[in-house]
Every structure is written in structure tokens, then in C-alpha cells.
Design a protein. Structure first.
Length: 304
């Protein structure tokens, strides 16, 4: 596959323009980002890589972090985790409260805010130093220590995180939260604030394209069963109430964040990260979705 030629086509075909979407503003710090940033990094299982644009600039990974915390929680808690969070597409926005009442405080899946807050709570119960452990895990996956929390973003979200406060308190009232709610939210806001480049993200996600093995050392980080399960949750729940649309258009498991990043994986082929901060109405990168759709169309490869 001539990925370089394909990326050249994508670069010509797609240019970010004002009006394509809106940069997230409900976290004030995120609204400072230049809407016209645009980068992509495609990392193949054989180690080759292809990129253009702002692929080396760090951005706020936001909900993409939910995949990392789920991966750790699944390893440490196994099936017990699924007593507290489901694996069903939500069909509602990422910060919705509505399903929680119907489902008795059990979030629909770990990739919406409610679900990831439960995962954060579960991690707080089993890790000695959750913030440090999470950062170490992500750094290890990328083989890169230059990954940090963005204090300004975490603080900005903490100050304005009324929805997430409502979610954690509501779940607490229904018995699905064990730790102190402020501590859980602090961890959750920090996990969302991690700043990474497209290169770092696609390298970290190579785990899910490489049978659970680290791309450099080939060390087994998670087993194939976990890869299957996490990829299926990404496929069905990675884009909130646009998960069906992403699956239909792109045909790969993936995860988005309101920082404008999307990571998608093609098992045994590549992982790809794209960043364009202008979001569509569902909170997913508008240009990012289009580029990935074209990528799988041009390669003629998708998991289907
Ligand atoms: N930190 C964001 C929030 O909790 C994450 C949302 C997202 O990326 N979709 O609202």
C-alpha cells in the first residue's frame, strides 16, 4: 500500500477552513486553540510512518484518555468492572445524564463521561498514585517520556465541570460511586488534560493494532482477548451518538475527544491519529471524520 501517495492526496484534498465546526468552548482553556490546526500521523505495524501538518504539536486528548484508563482498569479489575459499567452504545451525547436514571446509575459504556468517571473511581480504589500511574502507562505505550498533564486545562475544566459534578453525584446517590467525588473528578479532569501529539497518540494506540504488544519491544501489554474487547467498544461507542456514523463512514474502531483529536486503528495494519479542533454538533472533529473516511476509501481497506 502506497500510504505516502494516499497522504499526499489527503493533504491536497482537505484544508481546514473557518466555519467547518466549532472549537470546544465549555472548557474555556480549550477555546484558546487555533481552529485551523490540522495534522495527521499514520503509524504502520511494520514501523513505517507517514505524516503531514501539525502532527508534532501537542493538543488536549480529552476523551481519548478514556481508552487508556479503561485498558488499565480492565487489566486490574477484570470482569468485576462490568458490574458497574455496561458496553452498549449510548445514542446520547458524551455528557448526558438521561440514561443514568433509566439504568439505575450504571453508565451505558466506559467511553461516555459517566462511564469514564466510574472507571476513574474504580482506579482510585486500586492504584496508589493514579495520576502518576496513568502517566507512566501512557508514556510506556508511546516509548516517550515527554507526555504531561496540562494543568491549565485540568483547572479550567474543574472550574466549569458542572455536568461532570452532576454525573458523579447522581451516580453516588444510586450507589455506583465509592470514593470521594472531588477526588474522582480531580483524577478524571487530569486524565482528560493529557497533552499529546498525533505521533504519540498513534504510537500509543498501536497496542490495539498489534495484538496487544508494544510496538518497540513487542512485550505483551494486554492479551488478544482484551484487544478484541476494547476495539469492539471503540467501534460501537467511541463517538457517542455518532458512533454509528463513524462506523458507517470510516469502518474502523476509534475514539475521539473534544480537543479535536481522533485515533483509529486497523488491526494488524496501522493506527492513525488526526487532529483538527473544529468540532461538529456531536462533539467530534468535523474534518477529522472526513479525512479518515477518505483514508479508508482510498486504501480500500477497512475491518469490514
Ligand atoms: N473532559 C471532557 C468532559 O468531561 C471530555 C469530553 C470529550 O472529550 N468528549 O466533558
Amino acid at each position: 500500500m502506497d500510504y505516502q501517495a494516499i497522504l499526499n492526496i489527503l493533504q491536497k484534498e482537505f484544508t481546514p477552513k473557518e466555519g467547518m465546526g466549532k472549537v470546544a468552548s465549555y472548557i474555556p482553556e480549550l477555546s484558546k486553540v487555533d481552529p485551523l490546526k490540522f495534522g495527521i500521523y499514520l503509524f504502520c505495524q511494520d514501523g513505517s510512518s507517514f505524516e503531514f501538518g501539525d502532527s508534532q504539536e501537542k493538543f488536549s486528548i480529552q476523551s481519548i484518555s478514556k481508552v487508556f484508563t479503561l485498558t488499565i482498569a480492565k487489566e486490574l479489575l477484570g470482569r468485576d468492572l462490568w458490574k458497574r459499567v455496561d458496553v452498549e452504545p449510548s445514542g446520547t451525547s458524551f455528557n448526558s445524564l438521561i440514561e443514568l436514571e433509566r439504568e439505575n446509575g450504571i453508565p451505558r459504556n466506559p467511553f461516555i463521561n459517566a462511564g469514564s468517571i466510574v472507571v476513574a473511581d474504580a482506579l482510585l480504589s486500586v492504584l496508589d498514585d493514579p495520576k502518576n500511574d496513568l502517566l507512566m502507562f501512557v508514556r510506556k505505550l508511546c516509548g516517550d517520556n515527554d507526555i504531561h498533564y496540562d494543568e491549565a486545562v485540568a483547572k479550567s475544566e474543574k472550574k466549569h465541570g458542572y455536568r461532570n459534578k452532576a454525573l458523579v453525584n447522581y451516580m453516588k446517590s444510586l450507589g455506583n460511586i465509592t470514593n470521594d467525588t472531588d477526588k474522582i473528578l480531580d483524577f478524571y479532569f487530569y486524565q482528560c488534560s493529557i497533552a499529546m501529539t498525533c505521533e504519540q497518540l498513534s504510537k500509543a494506540f498501536m497496542l490495539f493494532a498489534n495484538e496487544g504488544k508494544h510496538f518497540q519491544t513487542q512485550e505483551k501489554v494486554i492479551d488478544r482477548q482484551s484487544v478484541k474487547r476494547i476495539n469492539s467498544i471503540m467501534q460501537t461507542c467511541g463517538f457517542y451518538d455518532e458512533a454509528g456514523e463513524f462506523s458507517y463512514r470510516v469502518g474502523l474502531p476509534g475514539k475521539s475527544g473534544v480537543g479535536g483529536g481522533i485515533v483509529a486503528v486497523h488491526p494488524e495494519q496501522y493506527s492513525v491519529a488526526v487532529w483538527s479542533p473544529m468540532l461538529n454538533q456531536k462533539g467530534n472533529s468535523a474534518l477529522g471524520m472526513k479525512v479518515l473516511e477518505e483514508l479508508t476509501s482510498l486504501t480500500g481497506l477497512s475491518i469490514f
